[in-house]
Design a protein around this ligand. Structure first.
Ligand SMILES: NC(=O)C1=CN([C@@H]2O[C@H](COP(=O)(O)OP(=O)(O)OC[C@H]3O[C@@H](n4cnc5c(N)ncnc54)[C@H](O)[C@@H]3O)[C@@H](O)[C@H]2O)C=CC1
Length: 485
């Protein structure tokens, strides 16, 4: 079968596709069938140089334009993303394996939201005025200049947009390196920006594995780096940024807790657990993979969960009825199956799933383990697959202590009908985001990011502006200068 997704060039530099056949090969595999659907090349030093030089040359003029003008370009690009949502969703499905039912609502559509929202606030990016007697001071929010964005494979176009939209709104240029596993949709976003009127050089896409990302960060022209990826990569990238004293935003992994109190609406809690573990085949950083259920409702919760999970429909991700796609790659499949085998060997109770399904594709059945203890690898390691661990607890205090006993702190959830308890618990959970009676909703209006090992900085919301701009203080003297001699 031909999928017709081979791009004209592997990269997108200075307003057009760029080819570079010298770079190492980057095959693109459709995870549902294991077929190769495109072949790209990694960026060579010449491509990296062209991308950085083009970005450096472009940002000052862009930054000098009124915010309202920058915002207009972003909002036009948002409209084009929406007009082309079907085509972009199909591409994202082929690149990631995620069901089209998901990509139609959560990928290019979320990217469009980010462009629209940051387009809307671009004109409002401003400093403050401070009166100092006769004198006064003011602050200016200025762009960094050249920013680097590095993406993960789970939400390729969404990540590219969540990083580039605030960067561009603030007057920066961005050089973006998608994950080597999912390189295609960022190229489309680059095309769309140009179509919307973005001057060339302001959103550059270069492909490659980790070494290409590392080369970008090391360059003196780069003032800021934003990564979405795993914690080990985050440490490396943050270290490299620190060596150059560059600003950094790190969106990393998690092992987030979801706490179900006995007074919760159990069907809503089961729905939250399904969304927070099996959507995107579990490949979401904020997933609530440690589901703590209060003892008295545990078996009821598990029974309802098993019934609902049996309704998952694995299959052709391009079929609108499919609700469960494959994992992104063979390597991820092997990693997830290794975690499942470890869970079985450690004595957790397998409630459902636990096996591969389908033919050549990288499908894993939605898997629920019960009787998981805090020490098991299932409860400690980020699996990034459709594997839910259910743990039981007796008291609110115990649940909070165990939920927080992790090096991570990306997200957390509480299901309860007691309004005071909900807010009390949300206040005590060590997490960047807490959901009450829902899970994994990440609208662009709200800041998103982690604490502890899950990250540094925030994406989305007004908060993101602080992470894509720097403050300049201007002091204005209104009288003479009083010097000692
Ligand atoms: N928190 C999140 O949003 C995500 C977390 N992950 C976690 O990461 C694991 C591995 O997935 P990957 O996509 O391979 O994540 P990764 O962390 O290995 O890679 C993320 C990005 O960083 C780049 N990179 C790797 N080393 C680099 C370096 N030294 N300097 C600059 N850039 C570098 C990669 O090329 C990729 O674009 C998953 O199993 C999962 O646990 C994966 C995707 C998303």
């Amino acid at each position: 079968m031909t999928y017709d997704v081979q791009p004209e060039g592997s990269h997108f530099v200075n307003g057009k596709p760029a080819r570079d056949a010298e770079g190492a090969e980057l095959p693109v595999i459709y995870p549902a069938t294991a077929e190769r659907i495109a072949l790209l090349n990694e960026a060579t030093p010449a491509v990296i140089e062209a991308a950085l030089a083009g970005a450096e040359a472009a940002w000052r003029d862009w930054a000098a334009r009124p915010g309202v003008e920058r915002g207009r370009v972003l909002r036009r690009a948002a409209d084009i993303l929406r007009e082309r949502n079907e085509e972009l969703s199909r591409l994202e499905t082929l690149d990631t394996g995620k069901p089209i039912q998901e990509t139609l609502v959560a990928d290019a559509a979320s990217a469009a939201d980010a462009l629209e929202w940051f387009g809307g606030i671009a004109a409002g990016v401003a400093g403050e005025h401070v009166q100092l007697g006769e004198d006064f001071g003011y602050t200016r929010r200025e762009p960094f200049g050249v920013c680097v964005g590095i993406g993960a494979w789970n939400y390729p176009i969404q990540i590219a947009a969540w990083k580039s939209a605030p960067a561009l709104a603030c007057g920066n240029a961005m050089v973006f390196k998608p994950s080597e596993t999912t390189p295609l949709s960022a190229l489309k976003l680059a095309e769309i920006y140009i179509e919307a009127g973005l001057p060339e050089g302001l959103f550059q896409v270069v492909q490659g594995r980790g070494a290409v990302g590392a080369a970008l960060i090391e360059d003196d022209r780069v003032a800021k780096v934003s990564l979405t990826g795993s914690v080990p990569t985050g440490r490396r990238v943050y270290e490299a940024a620190a060596r150059g004293l560059k600003a950094a935003t790190m969106e990393l992994g998690g092992k987030s807790p979801m706490i179900v109190m006995e007074d919760a609406d159990l069907d809503a809690a089961v729905g939250g657990a399904i969304l927070g573990n099996f959507y995107s085949s579990g490949q979401i950083c904020s997933n609530g993979t440690r589901v703590f259920v209060q003892e008295d409702v545990l078996e009821d919760f598990l029974a309802r969960l098993a019934d609902r999970t049996a309704e998952a429909r694995a299959g052709d991700p391009l079929d609108p009825e499919t609700t469960l796609g494959p994992l992104v790659s063979e390597a991820q499949l092997e990693k997830v199956m290794g975690h499942i085998e470890a869970g079985k060997a450690e004595g957790a109770r397998l409630v459902c799933g636990g096996t591969r399904i389908g033919g050549e594709g990288y499908f894993v059945a939605p898997t629920v383990f019960a009787d998981v203890s805090d020490e098991m690898s299932l409860a400690r390691e980020e699996i990034f697959g459709p594997v839910m661990s259910v743990l039981s607890f007796k008291t609110e205090e115990e649940a909070l202590a165990r939920a927080n006993a992790t090096p991570y702190g990306l997200a957390a959830g509480v299901f309860t009908r007691d309004i005071s308890r909900a807010h009390r618990m949300a206040a005590r959970l060590d997490a960047g985001t807490c959901w009450i009676n829902t899970y994994n909703l990440t609208p662009v209006e709200l800041p998103f990011g982690g604490v502890k090992a899950s990250g540094v900085g925030r994406e989305n919301g007004h908060a993101a502006i602080e992470f894509y701009s720097r403050l300049k203080t201007v002091y204005v003297g209104m009288g003479g200068v009083d010097a000692p001699y």
